[in-house]
Design a protein around this ligand. Sequence first.
Ligand SMILES: NC(=O)c1ccc[n+]([C@@H]2O[C@H](COP(=O)([O-])OP(=O)(O)OC[C@H]3O[C@@H](n4cnc5c(N)ncnc54)[C@H](OP(=O)(O)O)[C@@H]3O)[C@@H](O)[C@H]2O)c1
Length: 253
Amino acid sequence: MISITLIGSGNVATHLYNAIKNCETIVINEWFSRNLTQISKYSNEVSITSDLQNLKESDVYIIAVSDDAIEDVSKQLPFKDRLVVHTSGSVRLYDIDMKHKRGVFYPLQSFSKDVDLEFSEVPICVEALRKEDFNTLKTIGEALGCIIHKVNTNQRKALHLAAVFANNFTNQIYRIAHEICESQSAEFDILKPLIKETARKIDDVSPYKAQTGPAKRGDKKTIKKQLKMLDNEMQKDVYELLTKSIKQTHGQR
Ligand SMILES: NC(=O)c1ccc[n+]([C@@H]2O[C@H](COP(=O)([O-])OP(=O)(O)OC[C@H]3O[C@@H](n4cnc5c(N)ncnc54)[C@H](OP(=O)(O)O)[C@@H]3O)[C@@H](O)[C@H]2O)c1
């Protein structure tokens, strides 16, 4: 049985807690939050604490706090030579204090505390300095039913950057699409089958092959008309930049 101390009580920590509590081979030994009220509702299931200086001894300490706080929290941990990992896509493994055995357990998904997801479908990118620590993290991920990917820091940072494009930027584009529909009282819901098919399609073909639309075809008149329809300067800029990017990728001028 691998015992885990969970540090933080935000989106990732809450999903990790809910996934781990159903596992037979790993256990949350203790859950830390600087604000106990965030986790007090779990106090009859797990030992909770807001005292970083008196944490119980566990096999692994998972720091799932804001990126900027990881280094400081790892420094404050009052012990050494135990396995301490963070869950960030962009923070260096070396930002964890060197008194610890260090690693990264980065779940590549978009987590919101109040939105359920199937944790076993989340790919976990794992980094560790020592083979035996990697194996411990792999065992934890596999106990959760996840696929484990051994990555180095540059690969993890690239995956995180790619995820910003694939998730955050795409979602912002949905937002713009929503605004454009609203401006003419058209229903955004009518676009949902298209949105779903666009995501589904990349299971079968590459993003390069999946591209369609006026920029890929080089339909200059349509592009001109659509740009004229946009009176929001920011939306115009986004349209022009993405059109330029698609044209360049597909050899249109
Ligand atoms: N959300 C995602 O989709 C996602 C996906 C993969 C990886 N990650 C990574 O997972 C980590 C946590 O992200 P999250 O989305 O769960 O963040 P979050 O929901 O904003 O929660 C952040 C947590 O950090 C705590 N915290 C912040 N500063 C602290 C400090 N100085 N000392 C102690 N605790 C502190 C917060 O406590 P308070 O509530 O008291 O402020 C809160 O519990 C980040 O490294 C993030 O990059 C996030």
